[in-house]
Write a protein that binds this ligand. Structure first.
Ligand code: ZN
Length: 449
């Protein structure tokens, strides 16, 4: 029996589904209604719905709510609550001047938002008995607003980034809301908030945080169109950026039009960067290889990992990373599952790699690893069973090291006599799932050879 408090992080298992294992941050409960992102009629109508809920971010930190006696959860504000932050209507399909409406015939202004804080439509949490809406159903974008909204059965979710609003304006609204609801509202570091998220909230949070981060990085002062250097603006309910040189009122120059006006450009759409997480297993399935990065918290060991490079399959990356980081040759591979990771926008692909433990492990190669060693199942189980065996929250390794995120350093704690031999990753991270599934004997490594 694994006793660590973080081992039992709530993970939704969809045993009868073809999806197999559902990781923390995955399995979104929302129908994203992606075909309606271009419909300002739909979006502006549901913004005003009393059922609508807002997930609010400030400098990448989610707004969390703590009741007088209840746990801390992801805060969901109503449209009435956030109204003072939204700016002038229309919320979507904004024209040149604040308060003006865009010409519906102009495709570069479909659900545009040029003024006010960034807003993203995340999707609809449908009532349990409702059908899942499809583009061909009563949710057709051609319906009028009233008909569409009358078909919405559930909770529409939006995200709102208040980073650039005046601090006084933000705190005034929060204080009023906190007082009315007898809750404490505060923006918490995303990794610190992870331990308070349910599976449902983790998936909504992951979608929202990755998009809010992408939008902020690309709209911030100094961030311009990668095609021509003009400022960018958002359209499609926050899911696309476009170059302002293509707006109908932009001054026409004699130079060539911006290349983003033609073809598909990945810097105008939200990106997801793939990473492989690799737990290396001996051919007899009795040992695993764990390593530690120099920048990780003291005594923390985990699976090896690396970014997928252009022109690589995920399998190629596994092979290259193990060779470059530890001088290890891969004998076989087994895929586990993937996990969205919203710090800032990664997809973690979990693999078991089989390797010969008698070959030397090298840590002098690319200077990333401080140490790497083989552990037996008993050693790993002793860590997982230890109440302090797993790292959590802010102590989790960063995959976006060097950018933006401010994570407090782990505080040095005095050594205790019953310290676990090392600390491992919790189960709400891909590496923790790979580790605990292997330790509990769920992994048949023979099929990888
Ligand atoms: Zn441009």
């Amino acid at each position: 029996m694994l006793r660590s408090p973080f081992y039992n992080v709530q993970i939704r298992q969809i045993s009868s589904s073809a999806k197999g294992h559902t990781n923390f941050f995955a399995g979104s409960p929302l129908n994203r209604l992606s075909w309606l992102r271009q419909s300002p009629i739909f979006l502006n109508a549901i913004v005003s719905s009393p059922a609508t809920r807002w997930i609010v971010f400030n400098d990448g930190k989610p707004l969390m709510a703590t009741g007088t006696s209840g746990p801390t959860t992801l805060a969901r504000l109503s449209t009435n609550d956030v109204r003072p932050w939204l700016g002038l209507e229309p919320i979507f399909s904004q024209g040149q001047h604040e308060g003006s409406v865009a010409d519906p015939e102009v495709t570069s202004l479909q659900s545009s938002r040029l003024h006010g804080p960034p807003i993203i439509f995340l999707g609809l949490h449908e009532d349990e008995n409702a059908m899942h809406a499809l583009p061909s159903s009563e949710f057709s974008a051609k319906k009028d607003a009233q008909a569409m909204v009358s078909n919405v059965h559930g909770t529409p979710y939006f995200s709102l980034d208040v980073t650039e609003l005046e601090e006084g304006n933000v705190s005034e609204v929060l204080n009023e809301r906190a007082e009315a609801g007898s809750v404490k509202l505060e923006f918490l570091d995303g990794r610190a908030a992870m331990g308070s998220l349910t599976q449902f909230d983790s998936a909504v949070f992951a979608e929202a945080r990755s998009l809010v981060d992408w939008s902020a990085r690309n709209r911030r002062v100094g961030q311009y169109c990668a095609g021509c250097g003009s400022p960018v603006y958002t359209l499609w309910a926050g899911w696309k950026h476009a170059c302002s040189s293509l707006l109908p009122w932009a001054p026409r120059t004699t130079t060539k039009p911006c290349p983003t006006g033609k073809a598909l450009n990945n810097y105008l759409h939200p990106r997801t960067d793939p990473v492989v997480i690799i737990l290396t297993v001996s051919p007899d399935n009795g040992k695993i290889l764990l390593g530690r990065n120099k920048s990780w918290p003291k005594n923390f060991y985990s699976a090896l990992a690396g970014f997928v490079e252009p022109g690589e399959s995920l399998e190629d990356t596994v092979e290259r990373e193990l060779w470059e980081e530890a001088g290890i040759k891969v004998l076989g591979l087994k895929y586990h599952s993937t996990q969205p990771w919203p710090f800032p926008a990664n997809i973690m692909a979990g693999f078991y790699a089989v390797a010969d433990p008698s070959q030397p492990v090298r840590t002098d190669l690319d200077n990333e690893l401080e140490d790497a060693r083989w552990y037996t199942r008993e050693e790993v189980l002793s860590v997982l069973n230890h109440t302090e065996g797993l790292k959590t929250g802010k102590d989790a390794p960063k995959w976006d090291s060097g950018v933006e995120e401010k994570v407090e350093e782990a505080k040095e704690v005095p050594e205790k006599l019953d310290e676990p031999p090392f600390k491992g990753p919790p189960r709400n991270a891909m590496a923790g799932v790979l580790l605990s599934d292997w330790a509990s004997g769920k992994v048949d490594i023979k099929s990888a050879l």
